[in-house]
Design a protein around this ligand. Structure first.
Ligand code: NAD
Length: 305
């Protein structure tokens, strides 16, 4: 048997896909924590019978020791831009303090597993460089973006004093299976690909915000899972951040038109960027990671279901 690893937020969209990936591609033993605040047990149902996976339905604040783990994938969060403007304390707790809890445990136990942190391209706001490299200036347009960035900075600062071993993955716009959880009260703010497909299946018009010219770098969740894996096996401590995007863009209007002709326009929302476009060359060169999943093919496969 291989490593013992921890996934926080395992019952969420990305966490559950990462779990499937690791069960398939590795022989690792996996503990997964989730308090089911935005996640769903249905996301991990098939994996529950796997001998190598243990699900702990608990708040990740209750994790008391990291000693068993050689790698931690930290995904638990409240990951929606719009609600972060209102439920500010809840978002600070889930997005900042929870990561700090885990970092403190490392220090307390003097045990520093590879910490793969799920960051976000939201920290670039409206970027000045297109495609956007990791060296872009930070421009947080929402409390959520600011919180994701704060954890990156905590990791860097604490690493000046303790032997923290982290890699931050700044995800661009994830899509793929389970991105839309109908039971999640925040689902109106989940990935636009999932929302559009859900509305299409319900025969409702797709609601395009603004004029739909805003562009997104969509990245399939399987490619995020492989990036997490690659980050977790990188042989040295590098304590750095990587853009995890496909490296091309699609406008929201073009996405709607790919799905169908039944769409209408609603007001633009504050706090959201005009364009996200990853320069992903650093992850390709250092992590030996390449995205392989095609957005158009995924959409067409979903429409023909
Ligand atoms: N989906 C995106 O568009 C996107 C983009 C960039 C970055 N990210 C980051 O990726 C990560 C995963 O996002 P996701 O889209 O899978 O979201 P998600 O809401 O589907 O998953 C988050 C999971 O964390 C769990 N959780 C929250 N607080 C918890 C706590 N205190 N203890 C235990 N579990 C807790 C939730 O129940 C949920 O299952 C997040 O860190 C998010 O910030 C997501």
């Amino acid at each position: 048997m291989g490593h013992k690893v921890l996934i926080t937020g395992v019952a969420g969209f990305i966490g559950s896909n990462l779990l499937d990936y690791l069960l398939k591609e590795t022989d690792w033993i996996i503990d997964g924590y989730d308090n089911l605040s935005t996640g769903s047990i249905a996301n991990i149902q098939p994996a529950l019978s796997e001998e190598r996976f243990t699900f702990v339905e608990k708040d990740a604040f209750e994790i008391e020791s990291l000693k068993p783990y050689s790698k931690i994938f930290h995904l638990a969060a409240l990951p929606r831009i719009q609600p972060s403007f209102e439920l500010i304390n809840d978002h600070i707790k889930a997005n900042v303090l929870l990561a700090c809890h885990i970092i403190e445990l490392m220090i307390k136990e003097d045990h520093y597993p590879r910490f793969v942190y799920s960051g976000s391209s939201a920290i670039y706001g409206t970027p000045t460089q297109i495609p956007t490299p990791e060296t872009e200036r930070i421009d947080c347009l929402s409390p959520y973006a600011f919180q994701k960035y704060e954890v990156e900075r905590y990791l860097e600062l604490i690493a000046t004093r303790y032997p923290i071993d982290f890699i931050t993955l700044r995800y661009f716009n994830p899509y793929g299976p389970r991105s839309f959880n109908p039971a999640n009260s925040f689902n109106a703010y989940s990935s636009v690909v999932g929302i559009f497909l859900n509305r299409f299946n319900e025969g409702k018009p797709l609601l395009v915000t603004g004029d739909g010219s805003q562009e997104r770098d969509f990245i399939h969740v399987r490619d995020l899972a492989s990036a997490n894996y690659k980050a977790s096996i990188y042989p040295k401590t590098i304590n750095t951040s990587f853009n995890i995007g496909f490296g091309s863009t699609t406008s929201i209007l073009a996405l709607a038109q790919l799905i169908g002709s039944n769409y209408s326009f609603i007001d633009k929302r504050e706090g959201e960027a005009d364009i996200t476009f990853a320069d992903n060359s650093k992850a390709k060169a250092i992590l030996d990671w390449t995205p392989t999943q095609n957005l158009r093919e995924y959409i067409l496969s979903q429409l023909s279901k």
